[in-house]
Design a protein around this ligand. Structure first.
Ligand code: PMP
Length: 284
């Protein structure tokens, strides 16, 4: 039985409650963050806090809990649940109010929920085997840069890929790959350059993306931030995705086309190792 955090209280998970009038429940009017935990410590907490503030501000959502308080809550939950490796999920919604499209008054308290999930992040069977990707249309809204809890379409996209025997979906808008269902997408070209979609409203500005691109540049790898087509991806020598829960995760096929020799490639494996090493050093 986990201990979870709800609006100031640490409670057993089966006693945690949120109102049926919560705008997160009724309107998906909420934002979230997922921070990974290695050796009982938080990975890139400052990055996740920064993006949370941006999501809240883009949606004019009032939230009075400070970064220091959020850090203390994360640490308390990790400690109470004895979490060594896994994730901390945080969600903030605009709070509970009678159902209305108009936002409730500014003094309506936000809802804050956090819980932990145990997960083997380093020894990942999927990272060892490599992911099979299928491409599907990107039918999300045009503010994918805000990390909202509107996750129905990404969930449908992933299920579509699963129905075809794949592991995950890469989303395609106007013939160009935007990102994965819950991760950023990358290809490696024959000249060794790493290509990933440039930052815009059409992708989430991944915290892992930023750190992994910094690792790549430090390793003198060439990074090109631009859109790429599905055709280009199918003919890439390597492909991979990044996220807080998957770190760097190699891709071995796209729409049934084998990538490279059909095994996790050297660029993805190197970046995964270096990223994990760097994050272990910097976790708090
Ligand atoms: N894109 C999408 C759509 C995501 O849902 C996620 C993870 N939540 C990412 C990218 C990766 O972001 P991060 O590296 O911050 O986990």
């Amino acid at each position: 039985m986990r201990t979870v955090y709800v609006n100031g209280d640490y409670v057993p998970e089966n006693e945690a409650k949120v109102s049926v009038f919560d705008r997160g429940f009724l309107f998906a009017d909420g934002v979230y963050e997922v921070t990974s935990v290695l050796d009982g410590k938080l990975v890139d907490f400052a990055g996740h806090c920064g993006r949370l503030r941006r999501s809240l501000s883009e949606l004019s959502m009032n939230f009075s809990v400070s970064d220091d308080e959020l850090l203390a809550i994360h640490r308390e939950l990790v400690s109470r649940n004895g979490l060594e490796e896994g994730l901390v999920y945080l969600q903030v919604t605009r709070g509970a109010a009678d159902r209305d499209f108009v936002f409730p008054p500014d003094d309506t308290p936000a809802t804050l929920v956090l819980f932990t999930q145990e997960k083997s992040l380093i020894d990942s069977a999927l990272a060892q085997r490599g992911q099979k990707i299928f491409t599907v249309g990107d039918h999300r809204w045009s503010r994918c840069d805000i990390k909202t809890v509107q996750l129905l379409y990404p969930s449908l996209a992933k299920m579509e890929a699963r129905a075809k025997g794949g592991d995950d979906a890469w989303l395609v808008r106007d013939g160009l790959v935007t990102e994965g269902s819950s991760n950023n997408a990358y290809i490696v070209l024959a000249d060794g350059s790493i290509v990933t979609r440039d930052i815009s409203n059409f992708i989430l500005h991944g915290i892992t993306r930023k750190a992994v691109l910094a690792c790549a540049r430090k390793l003198q790898m060439k990074v090109v931030e631009r859109a790429f087509t599905v055709e280009e991806a199918r003919h890439a020598v390597e492909a991979f995705s990044t996220s807080a829960s998957g770190f760097v995760s190699p891709v071995i096929s796209i729409d049934g086309h084998e990538i490279g020799d059909g095994k996790p490639g050297p660029v993805a494996r190197k970046l995964r190792d270096v990223y994990i090493e760097e994050m272990r050093k910097a976790s708090i």
